[in-house]
Design a protein around this ligand. Structure first.
Ligand SMILES: *Cc1c(COP(=O)(O)O)cnc(C)c1O
Length: 385
């Protein structure tokens, strides 16, 4: 048998190795000039005015909610079809995550249902650009302005992504990116928040390092070295220069990586186009997809096996896959706390039984993509009803 094709492998080259070694030799390991440079280059790449580097997208989402002053009792709208982080940060602020079902095609938040979920307590919306396809941002921004809500985008999948000519990172009030090991670019662990609002950027920066004001350092201390002031109880969310040293060359390769993912998505679309039991991911008009994930839906009524059995067969044939996501409302915490049943979010519940994320990353070869197609198509033929 051929070697196992993992669901994901990061693409790290000599540039990253040399960059990290340079930081190690410099003696300055934590947040410093490399992180400044990474922030600057990231802001430039997405076209944002401010970028604040932190140690995860989860941290960025949390700081974003803190920056716009979300507090106890507020309601924050979150899609159920997402990762744990999107909703748990709402709980960090003692606010209430209000889940909303997804569309059955893009699996992004259903904006019609989003509108119905708005109450007098709603303070913010956290749209998630599922798989790297942007949400309907014009409608979301219009609703938000109309109801005076903040929009904090979970762009963990969405680098680089464009919506009607605008980069994700420049549309909502604050946008949060992830550099987790499996994301489109990586620093091992890391994240970034972008915004046009200088006050929110400052607040996130201060909160990211113990609530210590660096302005105070600059203002009150002639040497600017030892003096500091704590303005509020902050967090320990700063990104290290070691991580930023990986991020800088990764960011430079971001477009190249994106082109490869686009090419692989096109190969998958072509390979599955005549297979009725596989629904390929639809792409909306006037957007640029990041293709962080390539998620197929199985037409189960045409098959004699379940999604889980399909995943097992793919694994036996040496292909790693994943599922994005187990909707939040199906997890014990959300079931027990809010009393959810699957039918509360019928689309996400139904789709969850059908989705498989196939490998799509620059480190795999075109031959790997063809192998995934061949094995998948052969299995579909074997287990067709
Ligand atoms: C990965 C992911 C996150 C969390 O990113 P971290 O950098 O690991 O904190 C948040 N939201 C979504 C949708 C994700 O996929």
């Amino acid at each position: 048998m051929q070697s196992f094709l993992p669901f994901h492998l990061p693409d790290l080259g000599e540039e990253e190795v040399e960059s990290v070694v340079e930081v190690l030799r410099s003696g300055w390991l934590t947040t410093g000039s490399k992180t400044k440079q990474f922030e600057h280059e990231f802001a430039e790449r997405v076209g944002a005015t401010h970028a604040v580097a932190v140690n995860s997208c989860t941290a960025a989402l949390h700081l974003a909610l803190e920056a716009v002053e979300i507090s106890a009792g507020d309601e924050i709208i979150v899609p159920t079809m997402t990762f744990a982080a999107t909703a748990e940060v709402v709980s960090y602020c003692r606010a209430k995550p209000v889940l909303v079902d997804c569309r059955n095609d893009t699996l992004n938040i259903n904006v019609d249902l989003l509108e119905k979920a708005i109450t007098s307590k709603t303070k913010a919306i956290i749209p998630v650009h599922y798989a790297g396809q942007p949400c309907e941002m014009d409608r979301i921004m219009e609703l938000a302005r109309h109801h005076n809500l903040k929009v904090i985008e979970d762009a963990a999948h969405a680098l680089p992504t464009r919506y009607r000519g605008r980069m994700i990172g420049t549309i909502g009030d604050i946008t949060c990116f992830s550099f987790y090991a499996t994301k489109t670019i990586t620093t091992g662990e890391g994240g970034m928040a972008t915004t046009e609002n200088a006050e929110w950027a400052d607040r996130m920066r201060i909160l990211s390092l113990h609530g210590i004001s660096r302005d105070a350092v600059n203002r009150y201390s002639p040497e600017g070295k030892w003096y500091y002031e704590i303005c509020c109880p902050g967090f320990k969310y700063n990104l290290t220069d070691l991580a930023s040293a990986v991020g800088i060359p990764q960011l430079q390769k971001c477009d190249l990586f994106g082109e490869i993912r686009h090419r692989y998505a096109a190969l998958y679309n072509e390979g599955f186009k005549d297979i009725a039991a596989i629904r390929t991911p639809p792409v909306e008009e006037d957007i640029e997809h990041a293709w962080h994930l390539y998620v197929i839906q199985l037409e189960l009524d045409q098959l004699r096996i379940s999604r889980n059995e399909m995943i097992d067969h793919l694994k036996k044939h040496g292909i790693g896959t994943s599922v994005h996501f187990i909707p939040l409302h199906l997890h014990p915490y959300y079931k027990n706390t809010f009393g959810f049943v699957p039918d509360d979010f019928p689309t996400a519940s139904r789709v969850f039984d059908r989705i498989i994320s196939l490998p799509i990353y620059p480190k795999m070869t075109e031959a790997d993509v063809h192998r995934v197609i061949d094995v998948t198509v052969a299995l579909i033929r074997e287990y067709r009803r």
